[in-house]
Design a protein around this ligand. Structure first.
Ligand code: DCP
Ligand code: MG
Ligand code: MN
Length: 339
């Protein structure tokens, strides 16, 4: 007998989920937090179903799925598409908005400002808009930055940085983070954590900002600096672009400098995904604690609207596993941290 009974296939609602997911991403981009959350909850419910959900009645009977979402689920099953999603795809203003939001450093409000100024193409921006240096690079390398990076290339960029820093100080460690650590087959950018066991953050900063980055810029591997917190007191970030020898495609590269004592919290933060991080932070806050990329803190005093009044005492920063333990969350492999 055939063992693949479609009604028991764990991906039985995969098509519906994929379309709802695109709708959710659209609302997220548009800054519609309420709808984004509603879609996220609905999608997460749908993922847990072993039966195919085909009618709006079936859908609406499930937790976190209201009438509107239920109707959309039925529409997808019946027509294999969602008119609401198609209409945003075809709407010229939405298309321009998406085009402009793809410029590095431009968010929703910048993109809207450009549209309101009457611009509708990247050429318009170059010719007429007042652009920051980073935005200029973002436009020049628009295609590059919009292209997904194959996993092997992400690794090659990590290896290049690792090799270069080892020649300066063999005690340094470079870890590839972000979607790569979650096992993704391709990534939007390259996220690296740089650390050195036993070393203070001030040494990491000196080596990276004063030796590594200038050397890699001179060698032509790093192409430009897009943003850096170098000049601020706790500067621990460098954002820019890199390009492998022999390639012409510029890739977005993020470096995060982390002292050993904060590695666990930083591993969690920089592994993501962002939604998983948000849920961990919310959990910490419900338990009277606070989680950020430096550590987990207790005895945080909060005001009426949960705003933080007192920083709290560091409970754990070093170990990823211990932070999960203290929060009471079963250990999740990086590849399982997808919400
Ligand atoms: N991060 C976060 N909140 C944000 C941005 C980032 O918690 N607003 C964390 C979680 C992300 C990690 O930093 O996984 C890296 O950020 P990226 O934007 O590089 O996202 P990913 O690496 O997850 O995906 P991509 O493949 O698109 O780069
Ligand atoms: Mg990334
Ligand atoms: Mn990144």
């Amino acid at each position: 007998p055939n063992s693949t009974n479609s009604s028991q296939d764990p991906n039985t609602n995969a098509r519906t989920i994929s379309i709802l997911d695109q709708m959710c991403k659209y609302y997220d981009q548009m800054g519609d937090q309420w709808r984004t959350l509603a879609y996220r909850r609905g999608i997460s419910t749908l993922r847990k179903q072993s039966q195919k959900i085909t009618t709006k009645e079936e859908a609406a009977a499930l937790p976190f799925i209201g009438t509107r979402l239920a109707e959309k689920i039925e529409e997808i099953v019946l027509t294999d598409r969602l008119r609401r999603l198609d209409s945003t795809r075809e709407d010229p203003t939405d298309q321009t908005l998406r085009l402009f939001m793809g410029v590095y450093g431009a968010g929703l409000s910048q993109a809207n400002t450009w549209i309101q100024s009457g611009y509708s193409t990247l050429d318009d921006l170059v010719a007429k808009a007042k652009l920051t240096d980073s935005q200029k690079i973002g436009i020049e390398h628009y295609e590059d930055f919009a292209t997904r990076i194959p996993r092997a290339e992400v690794q090659a960029h990590g290896d290049f940085v690792r090799g270069a820093i080892a020649r300066i100080d063999p005690g340094f460690q470079v870890t590839v983070m972000g979607s790569y650590r979650r096992g993704a087959k391709d990534s939007g950018d390259i996220d690296l954590i740089i650390t050195k066991p036993g070393a203070k953050i001030s040494l990491l900063r000196t080596v990276v900002f004063e030796t590594l980055v200038p050397r890699l810029l001179a060698a032509g591997f790093l192409k430009c600096t897009l943003a850096t917190s170098h000049r601020t007191n706790d500067g621990t970030k460098w954002l820019g672009a890199s390009c492998l020898p022999g390639s012409r495609i510029w890739r977005r590269l993020d470096l995060l400098l982390v002292p050993e004592s904060e590695m666990g919290a930083s591993l969690i933060y920089f592994t993501g995904n962002d939604i998983f991080n948000r849920s961990l932070r919310l959990l910490a806050s419900k338990k009277g604690m606070r989680l950020n990329q430096r550590g987990l803190y207790k005895d945080v005093i909060r005001g009426k609207s949960r705003e933080k009044l007192k920083e709290g005492i560091l409970v754990e920063g070093r170990s990823e596993k211990k932070i999960f333990e203290i929060l009471g969350v079963p250990w999740r492999l990086p590849t399982e941290r997808i919400c």
